[in-house]
Design a protein around this ligand. Structure first.
Ligand SMILES: [Zn+2]
Length: 522
């Protein structure tokens, strides 16, 4: 789908998007209501017990740590924490849930009524058609420094439930049930503590949805509540999308989009769905309420199942567990455990390290990137923070992108980057040489000092050594010397090049320039 197709549709229609984000509480080690370990993969049906297999008579025991993590998540997203809460049974029949009900929460979630502010800058700003300075009272707030805007996205609730087992459909395409000959079920995941966050339908563009999910992931990572792997499914984002003609206040019929396994997939699937719905309405059709599956390969959504208006899950209070009453003092003590969150970190990067707002946003938004940055700055010194940031957002980001790896997987450690920036600052190597050193570090994992020594690439800054080379070059080129002295200063580049060649690229360009200017002037 061409990018301008979305822009064209968004001029006529307003998109209304709400997200449902399921995050496995991987920080707890054990499942929600039993002692089985929480881990990804493994031999099927080996991390199970009578409780998570739903055997008759097995009794659930709530995982206190998982509840604490959920309350912390609520506090970190500005939610109110319930002082009185309980689990409910959600009845449905499906082979991945052996009890035939899921222990979840109904009208008394642990956290509710929160909000997150998302910042949109760069290309994504254009998707927000109604953003142009004159915005509604509840609309986005402009921040003119970088032409972007801020929007507040409400959080309806965060509740805790148990994850289901995993169905493996055999014989169909891409493991889907359609066309499968038979299905297998693995209960290793069944009973894993699962936090479900439901946003208000406050999101208006695919870019806002992406930023919201990214920010949430970075908050969860800062808390340490989950490893938040979208690929392995420990963080799963579903989107409810509808569109309505601009100016209309009634909501359109929504579809629910699933199987978005990356932030890019989330953005692209929502963009596709908005355009698909617009094309239906434009041609006199109507949107059907249904669940749709994003196919990242084909770059389109397809109908998974039609969704009835309201499910009858026959919720009732879980009779095997008493309700929870939380003391305000205990919640206050939890709040004191909150670590520094991304917004505060960004603020600190601009004030303590004097980073431009864009750099501070980029580095603080990703928890792993922020830890890397701070480790490197701690070694290199605060006055080199800007150089560290430049290398991270330049060469290092390009490397991660090119190799499609995470920052934790690169061979270039914070210590190596700090050492390299030190070598540049001390004049031992030039910026150009540093790029070679960086490429070498990334390929071999060798320390920059060792690379510089092995390649014999130390930059020569010694004035005497440079003077003697300059002397030779001037003697060999009397005509150019004469024209320089006659006012044709443009031949300077010729001299610098000649000296550099003599020194096999290892001369300090700044010193060479100084010496040349002095000796030519004489
Ligand atoms: Zn178990």
């Amino acid at each position: 789908m061409p990018k301008d197709r979305l822009a064209e549709v968004l001029e006529r229609y307003e998109a209304v998007i709400g997200l449902e984000i399921h995050t496995e509480v991987t920080a707890t080690n054990t499942k929600m209501f039993c002692g089985c370990p929480v881990a990804f993969g493994g031999e099927p049906n080996t991390r199970v017990c009578p409780v998570c297999l739903g055997m008759p008579g097995a009794l659930p025991v709530p995982n206190e740590a998982a509840i604490e993590w959920t309350l912390l998540a609520g506090l970190a997203t500005n939610c109110d924490i319930a002082l009185w809460s309980q689990f409910h049974r959600k009845q449905y029949f499906y082979p991945d849930m052996p009890k035939d009900y899921q222990i979840s929460q109904y009208d008394l979630p642990f956290a509710s009524g929160g909000a997150l502010e998302v910042e949109v800058d760069g290309e994504g700003v254009a998707q927000r058609i109604d953003f142009g300075g004159a915005v509604a009272a509840v609309g986005p707030e402009a921040h003119p420094e970088d032409g972007g805007y801020r929007a507040t996205i409400g959080i309806t609730r965060i509740h805790l439930e148990e994850d289901t087992g995993k169905m493996i459909h055999v014989g169909g395409s891409e493991g889907r049930i359609a066309g499968a000959t038979h299905s297998l079920v693995d209960f290793n995941r069944a009973g894993t503590p699962l936090m479900e966050l439901v946003s208000e339908p406050d999101i208006r563009t695919p870019e806002e949805a992406r930023r919201f999910a990214q920010k949430l992931r970075s908050i969860w990572l800062a808390l340490g509540v989950s490893d938040c792997s979208m690929e392995e499914g420990s963080m799963r984002v579903d989107g409810n999308v509808s569109i309505r003609p601009r100016g209309e206040t009634e909501l359109g019929t929504k579809s629910e989009v699933k199987n978005m396994n990356s932030f890019k997939a989330l953005h692209d699937a929502l963009a596709y769905e908005i355009v698909r719905q617009a094309e239906l309405l434009d041609t006199g059709g109507r949107v059907v309420q249904e669940t749709r599956h994003w196919d990242a390969g084909a770059r389109r959504t397809s109908a998974l199942r039609s969704k009835e208006e309201a499910h009858d899950y026959r919720y009732f209070p879980e009779p095997d567990m008493v309700p929870f009453r939380f003391e305000p003092a205990w919640i206050a003590s939890l709040a004191e455990k909150l670590p520094e969150l991304p917004d505060a970190r960004r603020e600190r990067y601009t004030t303590d390290f004097d980073l431009p707002k864009h750099d501070a946003s980029m580095l603080s938004a990703d928890f792993a990137l922020a830890c890397y940055f701070e480790d490197a700055v701690a070694l290199a010194g605060v006055d080199r923070a800007k150089q560290i940031a430049n290398w991270m957002l330049g060469e290092l980001a390009a490397l991660l992108n090119a190799e499609a790896i995470e920052i934790g997987d690169t061979r270039v450690t914070p210590a190596m980057l700090a050492e390299m920036v030190g070598l540049i600052e001390e004049g031992a190597i030039s910026g150009k040489q540093a790029k070679e050193v960086f490429a070498d570090m990334a390929a071999t994992g060798d320390a920059p000092g060792a690379i510089v020594a092995a390649r014999g690439m130390k930059q020569v800054s010694d004035t005497d050594a440079i003077e003697s080379v300059v002397h030779g070059v001037l003697e060999a080129n009397p005509n150019e010397v004469a024209s320089y002295r006659a006012g044709k200063t443009g031949v300077m580049g010729f001299f610098v090049g000649a000296v550099m060649r003599e020194m096999r690229g290892q001369g300090n360009p700044q010193v060479i320039n100084e010496v040349l200017r002095r000796m030519l002037g004489g």
